[in-house]
Write a protein that binds this ligand. Structure first.
Ligand code: GLA
Length: 371
């Protein structure tokens, strides 16, 4: 193939936050907001990348794939480096033009979507065969080693496997998954972006990952167990060993176990069309994220609290890694405009900043469109 177009989606997560790297269950879905890539093979040696969205471009050759000073370039360089130097694949020099319709830093996974799009595009352009699970591993490696976020597999897996009108119940420990049809009756998925981007979000996120690993290590040591993931630890064992954990580690671990159970429960409720039960679990999730896992912020808490005053919103919580980004709201379709207006005005009055609404639908994940 000498040229092609890729559309790579963003993702929402209905529930199951900060459990993916703990081997638990998540309930995400790919959405109708996408990044579009136009790939062409070119005569070497230089590759040429151009982002129409941020009006920046750069060139590189396969001879020099060491990390760059300009942060966004590492998403591309990291992906190419992995394919050539870790997977030992042969790539042709290429050009790629990127246009993004996914807000950056909103917690809807613009980073994973960008890397997934580059990897999927290069695989197709070079007629290579790699499974979606291989691609998940490549993107994870780029995020861990080039971007510095020690995240889990939820985002990449969802972008690669997402399906229209469905959420995915994914068990991150072994990647077993099941589609949960999610037509959501007369409810819409409304995201409210706080437009807060925490500068140290990566650092704070990695701190939580470390805390979970530490809690797991202590539990394994004191109980003579060999659990691979925190989510495998039965609640009883956690509670019986509370005295060995610091107050913070116990709070983190207990949130993770509860969030995992909430996610499994939520998928059951969704399958039975019990949307208000699902909504209640979303509120519980937010409470845990805010008070036990401590990854929320004043702005997110404010928007979630505002939603509680309206019976036409049945669930709301912060979504994604936290420390800013969006809330996700399950809202009756005839109330969207009014709530957007009200919440954006209230947000502005309180914080002097704009909140941005993003009305979204569950759509297919990544797609190759041949030219
Ligand atoms: C980020 C990470 C994911 C996941 C979420 C929190 O989006 O990339 O792997 O951990 O945060 O659920």
């Amino acid at each position: 193939m000498s040229s092609l177009i890729i559309e790579s989606s963003g993702r929402i997560n209905m529930i199951g936050e900060h459990v993916d790297y703990n081997g638990g269950c998540v309930l995400p879905g790919s959405i109708d907001k996408k990044i579009r890539f136009k790939f062409h093979k070119v005569d070497g040696p230089n590759c040429h990348i151009k982002s129409l969205t941020i009006a920046k471009e750069f060139k590189f050759s396969f001879e020099n794939l060491s990390p760059r000073k300009v942060h966004w370039e590492n998403y591309i360089i990291g992906a190419v480096n992995n394919l050539i130097n870790k997977k030992l694949l042969k790539l042709s020099p290429f050009s790629c033009e990127i246009s993004s319709y996914l807000p950056i830093g909103a917690g809807i996974s613009s980073s994973s979507s960008l890397i997934c799009g580059i990897v999927k595009g290069l695989i197709a352009l070079n007629d290579l065969k790699l499974s979606n699970n291989d691609i998940v591993d490549i993107v994870l490696d780029v995020e861990h080693n080039y971007i510095g976020l020690k995240g889990g597999i939820m985002d990449q897996f969802t972008i690669l496997n997402g399906k229209k009108d469905s959420l995915i119940l994914l068990k991150c420990e072994n990647r077993e998954f099941k589609y949960i049809p999610s037509k959501l009756k007369n409810f819409k998925i409304l995201l409210l972006n706080t437009n807060i981007e925490h500068k140290l979000a990566n650092t704070a996120y990695n701190e939580r990952v470390n805390e979970c690993n530490e809690a797991l290590k202590i539990i394994n040591n004191y109980t003579d167990n060999n659990f691979d993931f925190l989510c495998e630890v039965p609640e009883k064992i956690l509670n019986n060993n509370k005295k060995f954990l610091s107050k913070n580690l116990f709070k983190r671990a207990s949130f993770v176990l509860n969030e995992n159970l909430r996610t499994i429960h939520s998928a059951e409720m969704l399958e039975m069309n019990k949307l208000s039960e699902l909504g209640n679990l979303m509120y519980e999730s937010h409470y845990g994220l805010s008070k036990y896992y401590e990854v929320s912020c004043e702005e997110l808490d404010f928007l979630v609290d505002l939603s509680r005053q309206h019976h036409k919103i049945i669930g709301s919580r912060m979504m994604g890694g936290g420390f800013g980004g969006c809330t996700i709201n399950l809202i009756q379709d005839d109330f969207v405009d009014q709530f957007v207006d009200e919440s954006c005005k209230a947000y502005h009055r309180k914080f002097g900043k704009e909140a941005t609404p993003i009305l979204t639908e569950l759509d297919n994940g990544i797609m190759i469109k041949k030219t």
